[in-house]
Write a protein that binds this ligand. Structure first.
Ligand code: C2O
Ligand code: CU
Ligand code: CU
Length: 498
């Protein structure tokens, strides 16, 4: 009897110590929500009080709400060029502030490119010379970063390429990539996460000589998927939502649409998915359990379509999937792994018997025999949580070049996500200005969906990836964790290519 009491007392002590330890750390565990009130980011005075349900919930983890399917999905406009002169194409992109009716009858303060919220799709063709006028109409500095684009360091829009409020800048570059879905977003030091959160993000469609059988807005739909946490008056207050380990929300917006649904015809549809969230991973699936074809990853088409039932995208990753609605009779939605409805489909019309050509790349992606023999010449160690994140034990310093690499030369980067005492956490690792190939993960050939060109790769604690990295343009490029708050907290380095 006495023994039992002692055992339970010591158990209780151990438990209490454990809870105390957890409450002292700034790490959030799934299922355990902890407010960081009064710690890193004090709430604004006029704190828009969260509902009791939400008290202490903003921060590291947030359960997602189902989409009710009330609103038809917004389709970003395709950007019109200012002019075309032979191979030269001219565009103007303007970052601006706006008001958006995300929720019926409510104006939400947002940011956008050439509009109030998010940005247009910029179409580019391989072989073109692109010229951009970049305007900053915000109240603060910004940059224009082309995520996944092969472009000179000078035009890449990293934290060095600041455009002050009210200023503009011109850049030009040759489009040398094959068909791909890329994106653009701001990258100013200390303001990236906030500006993206408030709405600055858009897509780039690169086309090449392959004829694309899918038509924009008909059976080719971009899906910019982002979770957000709205205040009680339905505003996007970054400071309210901010968490040092990555800001998450309970509401998924797709192309800025809350509670989206997508009307499709009874045919094959290409969905171009971008996880544009600050931190949240999404694992996309169909609610009827049907498989789809994965045809492209970050940097373009896969050598051949892969049949999949789900696809995980960490922040900044893209995937193009073909969903066949021809014979679907039941209700079907795009869901995440837990079954949360992200977007119901409304399927209409008669079964279409379009024979659509399979999309495969002109230039196959392969790891050459030579590349297989290369030794590791760059070692990258990702570690930490919250404010304590580092790459190779260091925090970002704009005045320090961490690595150098020769133009056109392929080197093997070994990227290791170090486990720590707390177990570590997933970090999506991204390199600017290039598309790399994954040679191996933990010594194994990567799964098929990682065998295409990538610019961002998700690494779980303990994972070690070997990447074949080649830069085709010179300049200083960033590499970093794409959890935007980790990037802000210094989880970024610079490679100089010359
Ligand atoms: Cu999406 Cu530094 O990039
Ligand atoms: Cu990038
Ligand atoms: Cu990280």
């Amino acid at each position: 009897m006495k023994r039992r009491i002692i055992v339970s007392i010591s158990l209780a002590v151990v438990l209490m110590l454990g809870i105390f330890a957890l409450s002292q750390s700034s790490i959030s565990f799934p299922g355990m929500n902890k407010s960081h009130l009064g710690q890193e980011s004090p709430q604004p005075k006029d704190m828009r009080s969260p509902s009791p349900m939400m008290m202490g919930h903003h921060g590291g983890s947030q359960a997602l709400k189902d989409s009710t399917g009330t609103n038809e999905l917004n389709l970003p406009p395709i950007l019109e060029s200012d002019r075309i002169d032979g191979e030269n194409i001219y565009y103007t992109i303007e970052a601006q502030k706006g008001q958006t009716e995300i929720f019926e009858g409510v104006q939400t303060a947002t940011l956008g490119y050439n509009g109030n919220f998010l940005g247009p799709v910029i179409p580019l063709k391989k072989g073109q010379k692109a010229h951009f006028t970049l305007k900053n109409n915000l109240d603060e500095e910004t940059t224009f970063h082309w995520h996944g684009l092969v472009i000179d360091g000078d035009g890449d829009g990293g934290p060095h390429e600041v455009i002050e409020a009210g200023e503009e800048k011109e850049i030009s570059f040759d489009v040398i990539q094959d068909r791909a879905t890329l994106w653009f977003h701001p990258h100013p030091l200390g303001k990236t996460a906030k500006q993206v959160y408030e709405g600055l993000a858009g897509l780039i469609y690169i086309e090449d000589e392959i004829e694309d059988p899918y038509e924009y807005g008909v059976n080719d739909f971009p899906l910019i998927v982002q979770d957000r946490l709205f205040t009680e008056d339905q505003q996007l207050d970054y400071r309210y939502a901010l968490h040092p380990d990555g800001t998450v929300g309970d509401t998924t917006l797709i192309n800025g649409t809350v509670n989206p649904k997508l009307t499709v015809q009874r045919e094959k549809v290409c969905l171009r998915l971008l996880n544009g969230s600050n931190k949240r991973d999404y694992t996309f699936a169909l609610s009827n359990g049907a498989s789809f074809e994965l045809i492209a990853s970050d940097g373009g088409l896969l050598n051949e379509p892969i049949e999949k039932e789900k696809i995980k995208l960490t922040p900044a990753e893209r995937a193009e999937i073909i969903v066949d609605f021809s014979d679907v009779e039941e209700a079907v939605s795009l869901v995440d792994e837990e079954g949360t409805v992200l977007m119901p489909f409304q399927i209409e019309g008669e079964k279409q018997d379009k024979k659509l050509k399979e999309l495969t790349p002109i230039n196959k992606v392969e790891i050459t025999e030579e590349e297989k023999k290369l030794d590791v010449t760059k070692e990258i160690v990702l570690s930490g949580h919250g404010h304590h994140v580092t790459i190779n034990g260091k925090k970002y310093d704009p005045d320090r070049i961490d690595l150098t690499q020769s133009l056109g030369e392929t080197e093997v980067w070994e990227v290791y996500n170090e486990k720590d005492r707390m177990g570590g956490m997933m970090h999506p690792f991204h390199i600017h200005g290039t598309q790399f190939k994954v040679i191996s993960i933990n010594g194994e050939t990567p799964p098929k969906h990682l065998q295409g060109y990538k610019d961002t790769i998700d690494l779980n604690p303990g994972d070690r990836a070997k990447l074949a990295v080649t830069f085709e343009k010179p300049g200083v490029y960033m590499y970093h964790c794409h959890i935007l708050e980790h990037e802000e907290n210094g989880m970024m380095g610079q490679v100089k290519v010359e």
